[in-house]
Structures are given as C-alpha cells and as structure tokens.
Design a protein around this ligand. Structure first.
Ligand SMILES: O=P(O)(O)OC[C@H]1O[C@H](O)[C@H](O)[C@@H](O)[C@@H]1O
Length: 302
C-alpha cells in the first residue's frame, strides 16, 4: 500500500521500490523516519515522546512562527515558547496528492492549535493556514511548506525544517559549501565570516549561517563519501547543530546519552530575518534531501 494511515501516523512507500519509505507523525507533522533501501537516514532519539506530550526529539520537527526563544517580548511573535507552536500541534492528514512520486499533505489552522498557545501570538488575532507536502522518490525526500495568511492582519514569521540526520560518526563528518558566509555562533556568542571550506565537529556546535545562496548544496560528507545533499528553495539560512556531551546530558528526551555521536542537524530555514506576510498572501519554502552522489565544492561567488 503506497499510503497507510494509522491513528497517529502516516506511512508512505515508494511504489517503484517498497524498501523506500517515510513515516510522518500527525503530531507536529513530524517526519520521524526516512528509509532508503531499508536503511534509516534520520536520527530519532530512543527517548523521543511520540504520544503528543512533547515535541519530537529527532526526525524533522517544524519550527514556526519563531525560531528559538526571543527575549524581546514586544514583538507579537516573541512571547511564544521556543520554536513556536506547530511542532506540538496535531496536524490534519489531507490525503495523497500524487502516486509517483508518492506525495501526501498535512494541514494546520488555528483550530488545531492549543488556544492558550495561540493567544501568545499577537494576542491570537492572526489567522494562518499551513500545508506541509511530503514527497518521496528513489533517493529523495522533499518537504515543502505553504504558509497562507488567511486573516485580516499582516504577520511576521520564521520557518525552519529542524532536520536531524543519522550519521555513522560525528568526528568523521564534514559539512561543506558554507565558506565566506556570515555566521551567528550561538556557542561563542559571536558573529563572524566562516572561513572553513568544510566544517568539522569536535565540540558543541550551534551556528546560524545567514543568506546562503540557494545554488549552494550543503553536503554531509563522511570519510570522503557524500551521505546526503541538502538543497533549499526560498530558505536562505541554515542552522547547524550538534549538542555534544553536556547539552545532550541535559535533555531528558535525548537517548542514548552518547547519541550525539550519531546525529547532526542541518536545518534549512528563514530564521535570521522574518518573512512579512500580508493578508491573503502565500509563502512557500522547500527542503530537498538527496542521497549520495559526488562531492561538489562551491565557493562564495555571490
Ligand atoms: O531543544 P529544542 O527546543 O528542540 O531545540 C534544539 C536546538 O534547536 C536549534 O538547533 C537551536 O539552534 C539550538 O540552540 C537548540 O538547542
């Protein structure tokens, strides 16, 4: 069956090769598994809550309308808890929209969100409709988000696909093509220009790369082999995160405790600035994940 709907999740299967599957939890419309030839490509904590009691630790949580927790509570979006309210709301399964590539959609409106949480966003005056489209082919997983302002007031928002990749060993892993981009380093509390042609990992890592041109493919490379290519449409920023030892120890839902060795978040988003959406307007952003292929080196020519 190419699309199987269970009570809490939807499983999609590539009609050409049934060893390629993706599982989307209705809670948060979180993709919790992407298997290619039966091999899992996303990292999911063993301690992740999948029962709707907490945002999922792993997979692809969705971040909207605010990234992080802002201290300036004067902005209508900044009273919200860390990463907003869509990762902890239950989305509606809208059904299948294509057979090949197998594609499904999930929707979220004000009525699906806890009213108390919604009130923290501009006193609850905004109306928004979000549609998540998930599409799977042989070596690709594409997630696209449509944000439509269905209310009378303009609003501003951040969007982020908070993607957790499963990797064999973080110390053997590089991410390339971020050279010469402005970066906010949240660990050092500094902003500078990235000078490494490929970044490596040997301690806690939490950086927001800004305005990375869409033509840049971010490749996760392990021992000279491309694991995955991360491409983006309309998502100018990229967050790269690994909590390392101490931060993982402090997260109750992060298990096993040495799980940081086998995960890396590369997160396409619109987070260093906000999208301003007028009433009736629509905005779309996509994350395109493609497995394997050649190493591609791209300098900052823009
Ligand atoms: O623990 P969470 O709310 O899921 O956030 C997990 C992480 O998300 C992003 O990657 C941020 O850059 C990190 O600073 C944050 O720790």
């Amino acid at each position: 069956m190419p699309v199987e709907e269970l009570e809490d999740r939807v499983i999609i299967t590539d009609p050409i090769d049934p060893t390629n599957t993706a599982t989307i939890l209705k809670y948060g419309a979180t993709v919790i598994s992407w298997k290619n030839q039966s091999q899992e490509k996303l990292w999911l904590s063993e301690g992740a809550h999948l029962d709707g009691s907490k945002p999922v630790r792993g997979g692809i949580p969705l971040v909207f309308p605010v990234f992080g927790k802002q201290s300036d509570e004067t902005h209508p979006t900044f009273k919200l808890p860390q990463h907003g309210f869509v990762r902890n709301s239950t989305w509606e399964f809208l059904g299948q929209t294509s057979e090949n590539p197998i594609t499904v959609q999930f929707g979220l409106g004000k009525e699906n969100v806890d009213p108390e949480a919604y009130k923290l966003w501009g006193e609850g005056k905004y109306d928004v409709t979000l549609i998540l489209t998930v599409s799977l082919t042989k070596d690709k997983l594409v997630t696209s988000i449509d944000v439509e302002n269905t209310g009378k007031d303009a609003f501003e928002f951040n969007w982020l696909f908070h993607t957790y990749f499963k990797i064999p060993d973080i110390t053997d892993t590089l991410v390339n093509n971020l050279i010469d981009h402005q970066v906010v380093d949240k660990v050092l509390g500094e902003e500078y220009v990235e000078k490494a042609p490929a970044i490596g990992f040997h301690e806690e890592f939490d950086r927001v790369y800004k305005d990375v041109h869409e033509d840049k493919t971010l490749q996760i490379i392990e021992l000279g082999k491309v694991l995955v290519n991360v491409d983006r449409e309309n998502l100018p920023d990229a967050v790269v995160w690994n909590p390392w030892i101490n931060k993982s120890a402090g997260m109750a839902d992060f298990t096993p405790k040495d799980g940081w060795k086998n995960m890396l978040c590369v997160e396409p988003g619109h987070v260093s600035s906000m999208v301003d959406l007028k009433p009736g307007a629509k905005w779309t952003g996509s994350q395109i994940l493609t497995l394997g292929g050649e190493i591609k080196i791209q300098a900052n020519i823009y």
